[in-house]
Write a protein that binds this ligand. Structure first.
Ligand code: NDP
Ligand SMILES: O=C(O)[C@H](O)CS(=O)(=O)O
Length: 472
């Protein structure tokens, strides 16, 4: 049994606390423990981050960049161990875990550069005896709360820009997948990032977050997870008017036009739908296919889904690992049963397997009143429905409280641009089922969140704007 610690001010701590058991979703066996921290540990983490902030912010952007690149180098060197840890605690196939480590490291490398491009400006004053200088500076101590589905990328997508901007952080990873985050923070300290710049606490999420929300020294909260928890944090941030960034739930539509390249559309929807066994906030949740090609698409798509291999993520050739827990399995089963009760046809799959495995499932004859067409399934369920006109497809695709990602497949560039412009989503994959990248501003409209992560926009979330007016 591997026992991990809290990481506060460069020290391992929490060994005396009760433990949280970490189990492998592929086998449901407990293989590690982390401390069950609470209010006191949350406060100690802020003490450390607050003490470290002045010196970290005082470094030049180039000095911070060098330390971030050193961190990235150590992560690259440890990819195999980090990926295996991720598969053990989260379940995704090893090849996907390796891909996530590279994706996660991409944010550190990107912001190691972006931090050197935090430009100010000089504004022509309206009075000749004045000069106006606009200057950006780090917001300060930032609280980072992350979900279980991307144990590395959701950490670095926040910590990368925060550190590059000159902020210090306190992190609370998801209780089911804290180990990858702990190893990333250990590598940061090995890279020479000073004590107290990055602190990590595991434990009672609401107790820890309530302490961070209460503490005036915490200037910002950045959260990725469910819309429900995001709203709780948003309300809590109001008491001290903290800055907040939220990456929340999604319910992505995929629109497959009659003039699509069928192979491109099938492969794109397949990649979007079944990545991480459907446990991503940008997974396709609704598949709208033009009525003229619905049968052909469904047949071709189901044939490709049938080839997907379900199994333990550590095994060679596995495409889908287990779901994260029994609640996740139950939710997929509930959505399938509801759809069947309302007339859907199961083209493929439809059942859970031993343990936390769920068969990749394709439904046809789907209607908009079904739960899966309105609630995030967060699992390997692909509901197919048909449409007649472009206007109908856009209207139905936009009929959601969410607005994170959407997908369009067409070979007509004018149609593709026109539909993309009409979709109320922060991310549109046009003939692209995997649009996420560190270079792009990831984030959603409506109840999918606030703010952007990635791109040059992502560092703005960690900066304050100040102007200096000089009387001459
Ligand atoms: N937009 C995006 O980029 C993403 C959105 N999501 C969304 O998140 C959901 C799945 O992730 P999941 O981890 O279950 O989401 P949750 O919102 O349940 O948990 C996310 C994080 O918040 C913590 N948390 C839970 N309850 C509270 C609380 N009351 N106060 C403070 N923190 C709390 C959790 O801690 P603990 O683990 O201890 O419960 C975890 O660290 C889906 O809805 C998915 O769409 C997920 C990933 C990315
Ligand atoms: O948590 C998620 O679902 C991620 O944000 C999706 S992605 O960034 O890996 O595309």
């Amino acid at each position: 049994m591997q026992e991990y610690s809290l990481l506060i001010n460069g020290e391992e701590s929490g060994q005396n606390l009760d433990k949280i058991e970490i189990s492998n979703p592929a086998t449901q066996e407990v293989f590690a423990t982390v401390p069950k921290g609470g209010t006191e540990e949350a406060r100690q983490a802020v003490d450390a981050a607050h003490a470290a902030f002045p010196a970290w912010a005082k470094l030049t952007a180039s000095e911070r960049s060098e330390l971030l690149f050193k961190w990235a180098e150590l992560i690259d060197n440890e990819t195999e161990d980090l990926a295996k840890t991720m598969t053990l605690e989260q379940g995704k196939p090893l090849k996907e875990a390796e891909g996530e480590i590279a994706y996660a490291n991409g944010f550190i490398k990107w912001y190691a550069e972006e931090g050197k491009r935090i430009y100010g400006e000089m504004v022509p004053a309206s009075k000749e005896n004045k000069r106006i200088f606009v200057h950006k500076q780090p917001v300060g101590v930032t609280a980072v709360i992350t979900p279980w589905n991307f144990p590395a990328a959701m950490i670095t997508r926040k910590v990368g820009p925060a550190l590059a901007a000159g902020c210090t952080v306190v992190i609370k990873p998801a209780s089911s997948t804290p180990l990858t985050a702990i190893k990333l923070v250990q590598l940061a300290e090995k890279a020479g990032i000073p004590k107290g710049v990055i602190n990590l606490v595991t434990g009672k999420s609401s107790e820890i977050s309530e302490e961070w929300l209460r503490d005036e020294r915490v200037s910002k909260i950045t959260f990725t997870g469910s819309t429900e928890v995001g709203k709780t944090l948003m309300k809590g941030a109001a008491d001290t008017v903290k800055k907040i960034s939220l990456e929340l739930g999604g319910h992505a539509p995929a629109i497959v036009m009659e003039d699509c390249d069928l192979n491109k559309a099938v492969d794109g929807v397949l990649a979007s739908k079944f990545r991480n066994a459907g446990q991503t906030c940008v997974c396709t949740n609704r598949i709208y296919v033009h009525e003229a090609i619905a049968d052909e698409f469904t047949e071709h798509f189901s044939k490709k889904v049938k080839e997907l291999k379900l199994g333990n993520g550590l095994e060679e050739g596995v495409d889908l690992g287990p779901l994260i827990d029994q609640d996740a399995v139950d939710k997929v089963a509930e959505h399938i049963q509801d759809a069947k009760d309302k007339g859907a046809k199961v083209e493929l799959g439809g059942s859970s397997r031993d343990g936390l495995y769920f068969e990749p499932t394709v439904l046809s004859n789907v209607t908009d009143d079904m739960q899966c067409m309105n609630e995030e399934t967060f699992g390997p369920l692909a509901p197919i429905t048909t449409f007649s006109t472009e206007e109908e497809a856009i209207k139905r695709a936009n009929d959601s409280i969410y607005g994170l990602a959407a997908y369009v497949f067409t070979e007509n560039i004018s149609v593709g641009i026109r539909i993309s412009e009409g979709l109320e989503y922060g991310i549109v994959g046009l003939n692209d089922g995997l649009p996420s990248s560190p270079q792009a501003p990831f984030g959603g409209f409506k109840q999918s969140g606030l703010g952007r992560e990635g791109g040059h926009q992502g560092i703005d979330e960690y900066l304050e704007t100040k102007y200096i007016s000089v009387g001459m």
